[in-house]
Design a protein around this ligand. Structure first.
Ligand SMILES: Cc1ncc(COP(=O)(O)O)c(C=O)c1O
Length: 320
């Protein structure tokens, strides 16, 4: 209850549904969208539009909605009524959306497939198209939420409000808890008994997440994330140029993607391995992007130390 109030006070939402993972939060979001459309308009209105290369989790519904066949192929028939359009392409969405569409699902920054931020006009346009077609706009903020981008949720940067938002990962600061946030008018379509999970909203998970929000949802931490972004970006651009590794450093807050240059395309894993030799953990976001997603309260001295190590890794790798 306390956690629900904190999330409601801090966002557009009026209701929260708690569960245990990002996939479960998205599963709930997709089921809610279909149920709302079913109740209001009938069974024909069940189609979901997602984006190419998106990632929404690993249950059958969420891999079917996710735009990456490597996660969805090989498990028998997929959930039907789902289509995928290129990300950041408003015309493609416009061409695909119809009155049978019940929801459009977007990650405000595509995380797993390369840290690709949405354009503002794209999210604004998606909002308008959804309104025109009585479709719900779902933002998957499993990766971008809870301070990661320097605002509590990434939608706040864009000024575009979804109907349903999903959150996990940072919500528990490492402890498994996830949430689907929505409005009261929508939430009432999932009446008691129509959806749920034994451990959803368990007292320990909720207490942990409430404590996380008390720390993260403060001006100091959120402003710190923005300032640390600049510290990373400046240095990473320099390293990228000096060693010919990156063409672009993109992302928001402490979700940063370094796009590999042609010479290093497909070799994110090599950079990951070279960094590991220096005792530094970096991440990949697909084969062409090196991802940095450190603690939101990482100290500047640790950033500098980490980037020194990264530079040594880059030097060793490019020399080899
Ligand atoms: C955008 C997004 N949605 C959903 C998920 C799935 O979350 P979980 O692994 O907690 O099920 C992830 C995980 O990487 C993600 O990045």
């Amino acid at each position: 209850m306390r956690l629900a109030h904190k999330l409601v006070d801090a966002t557009f939402a009026e209701r929260a549904f708690f569960c245990n993972s990002g996939a479960e939060a998205n599963e709930a979001a997709f089921k809610l969208a279909r149920r709302v459309a079913h109740d209001r308009f009938g069974p024909e209105k069940h189609e979901i539009i997602a984006t190419v290369n998106s990632f929404h989790g690993r249950t059958l519904f969420t891999v079917s909605v996710g735009g990456q066949p490597k996660y969805s192929d090989g498990f028998g028939p997929k959930i039907t009524g789902i289509s995928h359009v290129p990300y950041n392409d408003l015309e493609a969405l416009k061409a695909q959306i119809t009155d049978k569409t019940c929801a459009v699902v977007i990650e405000p920054i595509q995380g797993e497939s390369g840290v690709v931020p949405a354009d503002k006009a794209y999210l604004q346009g998606a909002r308008e198209l959804c309104d025109q077609h009585n479709a719900l706009l779902i933002f998957d903020e499993v990766q971008t939420g809870v301070g990661r981008t320097g605002e509590l949720f990434a939608y706040m940067h864009y000024g575009v409000t979804p109907d349903i938002l999903t959150s996990a990962k940072s919500l528990g600061g490492g402890f498994p808890i996830a949430a689907m946030l929505t409005t009261e008018a929508l939430a009432k379509h999932l009446a008691v008994g129509t959806h749920g999970t034994t451990y959803g909203g368990n007292p320990l998970g909720c207490a942990v997440a409430a404590a996380v929000l008390d720390v993260v949802n403060t001006p100091e931490v959120l402003a710190g994330v923005k300032a640390k972004h600049e510290r990373f970006k400046t240095r990473l651009e320099k390293i990228g140029q000096q060693y010919g590794l990156f063409t672009q450093v993109r992302g928001m807050g402490l979700l940063i993607g370094c796009v590999l240059s042609d010479a290093w395309k497909g070799k994110a894993k090599d950079i990951f391995n070279a960094a590991e030799k220096e005792g530094l953990m970096v991440l990949q976001a697909g084969p062409d992007v090196v991802r940095f997603a450190p603690s939101l309260v990482v100290e500047d001295a640790d950033i500098d130390e980490g980037l020194d190590r990264f530079e040594r890794a880059a030097a060793a790798l490019t020399k080899a």
